[in-house]
Design a protein around this ligand. Structure first.
Ligand code: ADP
Length: 399
């Protein structure tokens, strides 16, 4: 069976077609800078050169249209018609407490995903656009939703409860859920393999640093805490999201500028993060370039970003009471040599020591810590697509 995996992020979209019999990737691609200037699709058919097309894409539906064109292209495509795709696996960000595992997409599931949209305003609507666009073009193909929240369901209540009146948890399920679960799970399994340990024996801090970003504390292979919360807004500084801040800032700003709740929500989700601090861009490459060119606010954004990662990293090391490795993954974690350096700088007393020469690498599964680092530092390119494809094929095979 061929499975198409669609992974819509907030500003990027990754896709793959996998042949499940061999778990081989027939083609894969990355659409970047969706909704911002310079949208581009990179499509690579196995064994062929990369095909790059720069074309304006105003939203995710536009992006998926270009993906389908690439999949059926006579030179770079892998199918002659989309009917050859046996199933589609969609990464869906928020499953609330309704979905603790992957599920076949039905009208009822789509309704539930829609109902979670206010919890993940940048993501669930983008995921739904992907699902709808695929349904329009492949009405008979079964589709599966794989939720980012699932891996974090092992968190103890003491980690997921918020210190607000308990009735809000009872009545509305207001609690920490956590996201990027498919990625944290994948790198946990790979880290165990790299360390030569059973996954049930590894203690890790996994750092998924993309446009959206989260850390997870993984004890004995299971998540015990993670930095994102009820929504993907909590935790780290992100491309356009604020992460944690004093909740009283909202009240103060609302009074000062007469802002509505919706306006505050937009500010925190879409106008904050490194974009908000730097005023340059939500894309770290632009911000790094500006900082290197002497832009003080761009430098401040990057410094604040690294400090926030350290804040969670320190907390999770304390919770774990013994850590085998720190794992860097996702766009920034895999590619930004300087950001990994900034995060690890000054942590030698905790037994964390980067090797500058080994760290001079991008997008490759490798150890980047010094030989005498007590805690290993691993670079592991994430592969959410493979995990999604396996779940999808498994569910569709049992129909
Ligand atoms: P998401 O899926 O959440 O949109 P990704 O994991 O695709 O995020 O990561 C996107 C982020 O990674 C962008 O902010 C981008 O700037 C950053 N990134 C990608 N390549 C590099 C690089 N070479 N140097 C610095 N940042 C990079």
């Amino acid at each position: 069976m061929k499975v198409l995996v669609i992974n819509c992020g907030s500003s990027s979209l990754k896709y793959q077609v996998l042949e499940m019999e061999t778990e081989s990737v027939l083609c894969k691609g990355l659409v970047e800078r969706i909704g911002i200037e310079g949208s581009v699709i990179n499509h690579t058919k196995a064994g062929m050169d990369k095909f790059v097309l720069t074309v304006p894409m105003k939203d995710h539906k536009d992006a998926i249209g270009h993906v389908i064109d690439a999949l059926t292209d006579k030179d770079h495509g892998v199918v002659s018609s989309m009917d050859e795709i046996g199933a589609v696996g969609h990464r869906v960000v928020h499953g609330g407490e309704t979905y603790a595992s992957s599920v076949l997409i039905t009208d009822e599931v789509m309704k539930a995903i829609n109902e979670c949209a206010d919890l993940a305003p940048l993501h669930n609507p983008a995921n739904m656009l992907g699902i709808r666009a695929c349904q329009e073009l492949m009405p008979k193909t079964p589709m599966v939703a794989v939720f980012d929240t699932a891996f974090h369901q092992t968190m103890p209540a003491s980690a997921y409860i918020y210190a607000i009146p308990y009735e809000y948890y009872e009545n509305y399920k207001v609690r920490r859920y956590g996201f990027h679960g498919t990625s944290h799970k994948y790198v946990t399994e790979r880290a165990a393999a790299m360390l030569g340990k059973d996954v049930k024996d590894v203690n890790l801090v996994t750092c998924h640093l993309g446009n959206g970003a989260s850390l997870a504390a993984v004890k004995n292979g299971a998540c015990i805490d993670t930095s994102m919360g009820l929504t993907p807004l909590e935790g780290l500084i992100m491309g356009t999201r604020s992460g944690i801040l004093d909740p009283a800032v909202l009240v103060y700003l609302a009074n000062k500028e007469n802002l509505s709740i919706d306006q505050l929500n937009t500010i925190l989700n879409k106008k904050s993060g490194v974009q908000g601090i730097s005023g340059v861009s939500s894309d770290f490459r632009d911000v790094e370039e500006a900082a290197n060119g002497g832009n003080a606010r761009a430098r401040l954004a990057l410094d604040a970003y690294a400090e926030r990662v350290k804040f969670y990293l320190g907390g999770y090391l304390a919770k774990l009471n013994g850590c085998d490795a720190i794992v860097f993954t996702a766009g920034l974690g895999e590619n930004s040599i300087t950001m990994r350096e900034s995060i690890c700088k000054g942590l030698e007393s905790l037994g964390i020591k980067l090797d500058p020469a080994k760290n001079n690498v991008r997008g490759k599964e490798t150890v980047i810590s010094a030989d005498d680092s007590k805690i290993k530092i691993l670079l592991i390119p994430t592969n959410e697509e493979l995990m999604i494809a396996k779940d999808t094929a498994g569910i569709v095979a049992s129909l």
